[in-house]
Design a protein around this ligand. Structure first.
Ligand SMILES: [Fe+2]
Ligand SMILES: [Fe+2]
Length: 325
């Protein structure tokens, strides 16, 4: 606060003020500064549990008052509304596209690092995951997933869809933000081992031969081994990368684990991975609708491959009119 000079505020016509408005000293300073900033969009972030703060924000001429938990999308929307900007594909669309691009860039960097045997860097992963979670919270999962489908194809599209579904699952089931971000990172990284699979197998339009299937099925071990050796990533993310193709009936791979050996993060990631694969269009199969995908997943749960409660929770979230927003 003491470092803010009125001249700084005059540069930008949009102010986002995130200060404790219950403090008389803060109020006194703002009352002195704000009158010198004419025509600005004044956006206040306030503690929703402190009604006095919202009242003080309005007294200071707030054009919008949002909770301190507001996402980047919420903030963009409030500014766009103030300036009468069309929001359909404006600020919100741009934020969604930026979040998708950030995810693809982070994933691209990690795939490249694996191919080159370089150390894995978390730089970009957390930031991208935060942007993705904010965007999904702002526009809903289905719109975010539609953006991914319209911009990217192949393995990156699949990984981004899993990422979006995982993030939506975390948000929609009320997880703490820290856990939502972890789940989103796990989505971005789950198929990192595919960076080592030859493209002719990865993108083969038809069924794989037994030998090709063996190569394809090496990706969880390749990916988790790389991360174990070249990164300091959390062990539960490592486990989920290795075990996201395990099934509760013991018939998954690479280790054929039984249900008690499969942890919660992995079970969630598996459900998100299966859902994403079902809603994807591939050269050998059409995309299923969310409702059709849930029918297939219910059937997999009923024969003991997927956890029923997680499938139900995912269905509740993804079939909602504005999924996970
Ligand atoms: Fe996979
Ligand atoms: Fe996958």
């Amino acid at each position: 606060m003491s470092s803010l000079a009125p001249a700084d505020l005059l540069v930008d016509p949009s102010l986002i003020i995130d200060l404790d408005l219950r403090s008389p000293e803060t109020m006194r300073k703002l009352k002195a500064i704000l009158p010198r900033v004419s025509g600005a969009c004044r956006l206040f972030l306030v503690d929703p549990l402190a009604p006095a703060a919202a009242a003080n924000a309005r007294a200071l001429g707030a054009t919008a008052v949002l909770p301190t938990s507001a996402s980047v999308i919420d903030i963009h929307a409030a500014i766009a509304t103030h300036f009468g900007i069309e929001q359909g594909d404006g600020a919100i669309g741009a934020a969604v596209r930026q979040s998708v691009q950030a995810g693809v860039d982070a994933m691209d960097g990690s795939f490249q690092a694996l191919v080159e045997g370089k150390a894995f860097s978390m730089a970009g992963m957390d930031g991208a995951s935060r942007q993705i979670a904010d965007a999904i919270r702002g526009v809903g999962a289905n719109e975010w997933l539609a953006t991914v489908k319209s911009y990217h194809v192949g393995t990156y599209q699949h990984c981004m869809l899993v990422t979006g579904v995982a993030s939506a699952f975390g948000i929609g089931s009320g997880m703490a933000r820290r856990d939502v971000i972890k789940l989103t990172v796990a989505g971005l990284l789950h198929d990192i081992g595919k960076a080592a699979i030859p493209i002719e197998i990865l993108d083969k339009p038809g069924a794989l031969t037994d030998d090709e299937l063996k190569v394809m099925r090496s990706h969880p071990v390749v990916g988790s081994t790389y991360l174990m050796e070249k990164s300091g990533i959390d062990s539960d993310i490592l486990t989920s990368v290795r075990s996201h193709h395990e099934l509760l009936d013991g018939k998954g791979y690479p280790d054929g684990l039984d249900a008690p050996q499969i942890d919660d993060l992995t079970r969630i990631l598996t459900v998100c991975d299966v859902y994403a694969a079902l809603i994807e269009r591939r050269s050998y199969k059409p995309a299923r609708s969310p409702a059709q995908a849930m029918i297939v997943m219910d059937a997999m749960a009923s024969v003991g491959k997927l956890e029923t409660s997680l499938v139900r929770e995912l269905g509740r979230i993804m079939l909602a009119p504005r999924a996970a927003a």
